[in-house]
Design a protein around this ligand. Structure first.
Ligand SMILES: [Zn+2]
Length: 43
């Protein structure tokens, strides 16, 4: 089962920032579509 979970995440498309298009690292409690850099600009 663990292998299946790993494969599931491998098949997920990489999240990209909706603003600058850079890859977004997995972040806990963060479901925004922008990277931390663009998110901080919005403040
Ligand atoms: Zn960005």
């Amino acid at each position: 089962m663990i292998t299946n979970i790993v494969e599931f995440f491998k098949n997920l498309p990489a999240k990209q920032c909706a603003s600058c298009g850079s890859h977004i690292e997995e972040q806990h409690d963060c479901y925004s579509n922008t990277c931390t850099t663009c998110a901080s600009k919005d403040l």
